[in-house]
Design a protein around this ligand. Structure first.
Ligand code: GTP
Ligand code: MG
Length: 331
């Protein structure tokens, strides 16, 4: 792992292991959504205040949690090594994986946006199966957490996809932890409290499908825009923290609105505007094509990859390459 500068190395397994955290404070921390040492490592002192911890002590607790997790001050040459702990998850299409520099990255958020039926939820289903594959087949050998806001998750579809890959459908379904979010607040609550579920089940993929549907229907009008963006921003940051703390892939979906006043370029814009654009690290625009199963994926923004477009298929088997050689999961 990384060599740290001036910090002691000690592994803390649970909240109570941290110096100065007794049963009362740990109970309060849990109520605030901090169930694991990992979640404390990415907290701010202000967030811990409601647990009755003063700033000085909060900073100390966070420092200890960080030292335990090796998220701390490191030299720039070490930063490169940390980047190397980033893992990649296959989409099911080799061409699409290549566009993404080898697949979806852990430690960041990938956003799929596009109009209805463009394949956002199908992609989410497929990733839940793929994440369970061993690394040599493009997976992360882990479980998935699916937060569904539109009631579109279907276990039947998972079974179909798992069979196609020669996986035991029952096992695959068992490794997908599902939660339906009823409101935007509930959706935020689920993510705020996900750290324990993620840790205990070896979750390596966290999905919010859709990120924006509740926010869009609840926060109407201009005067609510600021509050909506602020909440979305907070929500996205919590997701990034989970992805970093557990070296997991985070995926969100976002339906586009058409803007009739735009005549040139893309006439569709993702909901959530700049907030979502700035916090999600990789954005992929999906659209339908004239050929039934064929979808077009456009890499719109990435921290370091060039823009580009690739095609893939949605078939009975799930997300697939358009040619036989384009299916990376096959042995
Ligand atoms: P919204 O959530 O409405 O914004 O759309 P979305 O982007 O999530 O679309 P979704 O991923 O649900 O895509 C639905 C499309 O996937 C359907 O119109 C079909 O073209 C395709 N699809 C879904 N299930 C199957 C299946 O079992 N077999 C095949 N061949 N195609 C499927
Ligand atoms: Mg959908």
């Amino acid at each position: 792992m990384t060599e740290e500068v001036g910090l002691e190395k000690k592994k803390y397994e649970c909240l109570e292991d941290l110096p100065g955290i007794g049963p009362a404070i740990s109970q309060k921390l849990r109520e605030l959504g901090f169930h694991t040492v990992e979640s404390l490592a990415t907290a701010t002192a202000k967030e811990l205040e409601p647990a009755g911890i003063g700033e000085k002590k909060a900073l100390e607790v966070i420092r200890k949690a960080r030292s335990s997790m090796a998220i701390s001050f490191i030299r720039a040459d070490e930063l490169l090594k940390m980047r190397q702990t980033v893992l990649r998850l296959t989409t099911g299409s080799k061409m699409l994986d290549e566009l993404l520099g080898g697949g979806l990255e852990t430690q960041t958020i990938t956003e799929f946006y596009g109009e209805y039926g463009s394949g956002k939820s199908q992609m989410c289903h497929q990733l839940c199966v793929n994440v369970q594959l061993p690394p040599e087949r493009g997976g992360l050998g882990g479980a998935a957490l699916y937060i569904d806001t539109e009631n579109t998750f279907r276990t039947e579809r998972i079974v179909q996809m798992a069979r196609h890959l020669g996986l035991d459908p029952e096992e695959v379904a068992k490794n997908i932890i599902f939660a339906e979010a009823y409101t935007s607040d509930h959706q935020m609550f689920l993510v705020d409290n996900a750290d324990k579920v993620v840790k205990e089940n070896g979750v390596r993929l966290i999905i919010v499908d859709s990120l924006t549907s509740h926010f869009r229907s609840e926060y109407l009008g201009r005067e609510m825009l600021a509050e909506r963006q602020q909440k979305l921003n907070k929500h996205m940051h919590k997701l990034i923290r989970l992805a970093r703390a557990f070296n997991a892939v985070a995926v969100v979906t976002n339906q586009v609105m058409s803007k009739p006043d735009v005549f040139f370029g893309n006439a569709v814009h993702p909901v959530g505007g700049h907030i979502v654009a700035h916090t999600s690290h990789t954005r992929i625009f999906l659209r339908k094509s004239a050929r039934g199963p064929v979808r077009i994926a456009r890499l719109v923004s990435s921290p370091y990859l060039p823009e580009g477009e690739r095609i893939f298929n949605i078939t009975e088997n799930g997300i697939e390459g358009v040619t036989e050689e384009d299916n990376p999961r096959r042995r």
